[in-house]
Design a protein around this ligand. Structure first.
Ligand SMILES: [Zn+2]
Length: 243
């Protein structure tokens, strides 16, 4: 070996110290199969590069990971089989030393990751989130009402504002010629249907009251009774002769 002297020591090209060959990383591109810099110098060099060019370092690490992955998987499996007893003992020992705090920290880390991933998915699939929520509401009417009530009790000012807004909207959308009795009759009819069929019926504005393109009227001609699930899936997105 060219770089190893008679004592079996190898001279580091960087710090110039003579060290045992075990203090050098393997490098198949070198003549003696070992890196010219010692492990310590090599690590310092790599650390410096991580600071100077983190992107390049990350790319190189990723490429190296991918390159060695199949071989490493095989190696890991073989290593586990060969050292099963010791590995299991070490696992048991780790488990024994694991405090509840450590377990909790690990759990919270996993949880945060999962939540972030879910939030990301929800941001990218708003239509599916909405459809799922609507499906759940239509299948859990009582529970969804309880949740709404709870939220209304928790934020009374929000709830009051929402109710006032809805009333104001109806008031502004109610023409002078609207027959209030006929309007009330429609609401009464919806309640009767709900009681008789056991399926909740809503009064819906055919042309929505609240939309950026149209303003429907709160009058008998613009009201229709819909099953709650039909109404909830309709939202304010459709009306006759819509553009
Ligand atoms: Zn060195």
């Amino acid at each position: 070996m060219a770089n190893t002297d008679h004592t079996g020591l190898k001279r580091c090209s960087k710090c110039k110290a003579n060290k045992p060959t075990t203090e050098f990383h393997k490098d198949s591109s070198c003549k003696d199969g070992l890196c010219s810099r010692c492990k310590l110098c090599n690590c310092a060099h790599a650390k410096a590069w991580r600071v100077i060019d983190p992107i390049r370092t990350a790319e190189k690490q990723k490429a190296s990971y991918q390159k060695h992955r199949p071989a490493r998987l095989v190696h890991n499996k073989e290593h586990r089989q060969d050292n099963l007893y010791a590995i299991r003992a070490a696992e048991r020992e780790r488990e024994r030393l694991r405090t509840p705090e450590m377990a909790h920290t690990a759990y919270m880390r996993r949880r945060e990751k999962a939540l972030a991933k879910n939030a990301e998915w929800a941001r990218n699939n708003p239509e599916r989130v909405k459809a799922t929520a609507q499906k759940w509401i239509s299948e859990n009417i009582e529970r969804s009402r309880a949740i709404k009530r709870k939220s209304a009790n928790k934020f009374p000012e929000k709830n009051a504002e929402k109710t006032r807004r809805r009333v104001a909207l109806k008031r502004h959308a109610t023409p002078a010629w609207a027959d209030k009795k006929k309007v009330l009759d429609v609401y009464k009819q919806a309640q009767i249907l709900t009681l008789e069929t056991g399926v909740v019926h809503h009064v819906d504005h055919v042309v929505p009251l609240k939309h950026s393109l149209v303003q429907g009227l709160h009058c008998e001609a613009n009201l229709q009774i819909l099953r709650h699930d039909v109404n909830e899936s309709k939202g304010n997105r459709y009306w006759p002769d819509m553009p």
